[in-house]
Design a protein around this ligand. Sequence first.
Ligand SMILES: Nc1ncnc2c1ncn2[C@@H]1O[C@H](COP(=O)(O)OP(=O)(O)O)[C@@H](O)[C@H]1O
Ligand SMILES: [Mg+2]
Length: 319
Amino acid sequence: MNHVLVQDLHKSYRDKEAVRGVSFHVEAGEIFALLGPNGAGKTTTLEILEGFRDRDGGRVEVLGRDPGDRAHSAWLRRHVGLVLQDIAVEPYLTVRETIARNAGYYPAPRSVDEVVELTGLTEKSRTRVKDLSGGQKRRLDLALGVIGNPRLLFLDEPTTGFDPNARHGAWDVVRSLRDAGTSILLTTHYMDEAQALADRVAVIADGRIVATGTPATIGGRDHALKRIRFTLPDGCSPADLPVPVSVEDDGAVTASVAEPTLALHRLTGWALDRGLLLDGLTVEQPSLEDVYLGLTADHQPAPVLEPSPLSAAGHRSTP
Ligand SMILES: Nc1ncnc2c1ncn2[C@@H]1O[C@H](COP(=O)(O)OP(=O)(O)O)[C@@H](O)[C@H]1O
Ligand SMILES: [Mg+2]
């Protein structure tokens, strides 16, 4: 069963068309990331799913119910967890008191101790909310999002403003929630966050989904050319090499190939025959960031996705 279904969603603010025909779904038990730059329409989409904003057109289902129908509001509030960009909490309550109070709003909440531990707040459970750091406050937001034991959790930019340690901590929390059976829809503009967390990703730009897939395959990433890179041995010229290469600005040479096994074999064989080493030898796959930048750059095709004329001869070409 799909926990979220969005088909041809449209939403305008006066003259601004913020969401222009967005479609995607979130399967039960997965982490799905809506990845896109600021202003892409992520929060608008999430707010429609949360029932906070009306849509202009399209079909939307959350746990099988239409969040635009007020008759479902109370039911959805009990079964869906939310972590918004800023939640108002009582500054003079402690962390534990805040979580315990919210637990009382739900019919079958998680245990307060479990949630305190899950969100890494054990040390801070007796601290007043007003004395928490930004990262700790955000973890409390996450705790409040999951105390109701939701089947589905919405996270809007869960780690914006975190330091690297806090981000990794939050990622661990999100993964353990998924492993405990909660489906998660998160928005982010961080490529590494989508890469680290998401089972599937949709890239959204200017109100449209431009690609959907797994972090490993999105935008043809798995079929894109790999880059073999090394420093040319002293006294050699690119023309001496058994594989066509191009020379980079930093003096390194690169060969772009669909499948690197044969080209590597030729290059390393060539070097060993001459008693040479290929300094700094690496094989690079285009990163999710390369793909994302290509997909979100104003209709510019990603350069990394185009077959290169420098592909080593005799290789299977990119499908
Ligand atoms: N309440 C609003 N009134 C008018 N325009 C808005 C409102 N909220 C968002 N927008 C505009 O809609 C577009 C999408 O915004 P948003 O959904 O917040 O994107 P994201 O969350 O991806 O940054 C942006 O151009 C933004 O300026
Ligand atoms: Mg936003």
